[in-house]
Design a protein around this ligand. Structure first.
Ligand code: AMP
Ligand code: GLY
Length: 425
């Protein structure tokens, strides 16, 4: 089968790495890809938001499967477009939900209403727009602290604010609704209860009826060691997470995953793809913080190396209705990824810094933000390269990545040295 993968980050490099291990994968094209994916397949300069050009490419190149990495094309309807016979005859299959189903990520209000309809545990909330702005102010004024404000739409990971005081919350509410801080994305705001616990993400593949859990991970979002400083896209990840035991996973399946898939089926949402359940473990009880309609980055950089089952076979099983029959196997041991970022990230940072990569041993390097400039590898983003390692324990895996990182250099390079710090043995 020929496969087209859309995206250009560490997530896509890890998906490409996994898919090319499958004997079902013939040609792999990555659009636009990065210097890491170029080693595994053919990078194509396609704009993934230009659906007509993507479809023409699929038809011309006999693509059987399109795997959509990021959320934006999904929320904008790439799957609907590619699958619609009216936009051209193409017999392939898209891994990624329809636009309606992608609202689970694309609209916080949609996802909260969905969870309420299906009795899925999540933080208590209310939603407001300019039409009930005054009511929203009163709601905030009497809310317990901290209070969480979320722009309804996609806001490049910046739309969530945890306010410690009522004044800060009211200011943020005003900025979002009246001053359109995130444009149309914040014309509606979800205000919700703050949940105290440990975050973990669980990943599922579904065809909208059946599902398979393909892994889980704990992400380290803050820039600073000890989980301090600004939020980032993710500075590192570990899997498997020691507190994700059978008892917790049974609760997650029974209370969250199964009701979510049943809800998708019952509401007739067309969903072939990954579901990323962002969870909070509140004293052993799982709550949904968010749904994403794609894999996580850098979660994919540990979930794919741990997953033993053939990913391309799973995609084929989704297409032919046999997903429930797939056996999921994991490699033994622990996996950690540590992200090297540009100095200044998540604020302003420079690009185009020359990278030197020496001996990185058994670690796997997933390119996140790199480019080739006159045949030299240079930085091309905030998150630059994810270094994934395997060990008998989380500390062993993290130490292996740390050793590899000593042999990677670029001006301003920074990484957290404490990924997995809670898991000391
Ligand atoms: P989201 O974009 O919904 O994932 O939110 C970004 C981050 O904000 C999450 O990963 C959590 O760390 C935090 N967060 C979101 N909602 C809550 C909540 N209700 N309680 C505590 N933390 C939250
Ligand atoms: N690492 C978080 C995300 O991909 O949304």
């Amino acid at each position: 089968m020929n496969i087209l993968l859309l995206g250009s980050g560490g997530r896509e490099h890890a998906l490409a790495w996994k898919m090319t291990q499958s004997h079902h994968c013939d040609e792999l094209y990555i659009a636009p890809g990065n210097p890491g994916t170029a080693i595994l397949g053919t990078n194509i300069a396609l704009n993934m938001l230009d659906f007509a050009t993507v479809k023409a490419f699929c038809i011309e190149n006999n693509i059987s499967i399109v795997v959509v990495g990021p959320e934006e094309p999904l929320v904008k309807g790439i799957t609907d477009y590619l699958m619609d016979p009216a936009t051209g005859a193409w017999k392939g299959f898209v891994v990624g939900p329809s636009a309606n189903a992608a609202q689970l990520e694309g609209s916080k209000a949609f996802s909260k209403q969905f969870m309420q309809r299906h009795g899925i545990p999540t933080a208590a909330y209310a939603e407001f727009t300019a039409a009930n702005y005054e009511e929203g102010k009163r709601y905030i004024a009497q809310h317990s602290l901290p209070v969480v404000l979320k722009a309804d739409g996609l806001a490049a990971g910046k739309g969530v604010v945890i306010a410690e005081t009522h004044d800060a919350a009211l200011q943020c509410f005003e900025d979002m609704i009246l001053h359109q801080q995130f444009g149309a994305a914040s014309s509606k705001v979800v205000i919700e209860q703050f949940l105290t616990g440990i975050e973990v993400s669980v990943f599922v593949l579904t065809n909208g009826v059946d599902y398979q859990i393909i892994g889980h991970a704990k992400d380290y979002k803050r820039i600073g060691e000890g989980d301090t400083g600004l939020n980032t896209g993710g500075m590192g990840c570990v899997t498997p997470v020691p507190f994700i035991d059978d008892v917790f996973m049974q609760k997650v399946e029974a209370r969250i995953i199964q009701p979510t898939i049943d809800g998708i089926a019952k509401e007739g949402l067309v969903y072939n793809g990954f579901v990323f359940f962002g969870l909070m473990n509140v004293q052993g009880e799982p709550f949904v913080i968010e749904y994403n309609c794609r894999m996580g980055d850098p979660e994919t950089e540990v979930v794919m190396p741990r997953l033993q089952t053939d990913l391309v076979s799973m995609f084929a099983a989704m297409d032919n209705g046999t997903l429930a029959d797939v056996n999921i196997n994991y490699h033994e041991g622990a996996f950690a990824t540590v992200m090297a970022v540009s100095g200044g990230y998540p604020g302003d940072y420079a690009k185009g810094k020359t990278m030197q990569i020496g001996d990185t041993g058994s670690s796997i390097l997933f390119h996140a933000g790199t480019a080739l400039k006159e045949n030299t590898l240079v930085t091309n983003g905030g998150r630059v390269i994810a270094v994934t390692s395997k060990g008998n324990s989380i500390p062993e895996a993290v130490n292996t990545s740390a050793k590899a990182l000593e042999n990677i250099q670029f001006e301003g390079m920074y990484y957290r040295k404490d990924i997995g710090y809670e898991f000391t043995n």
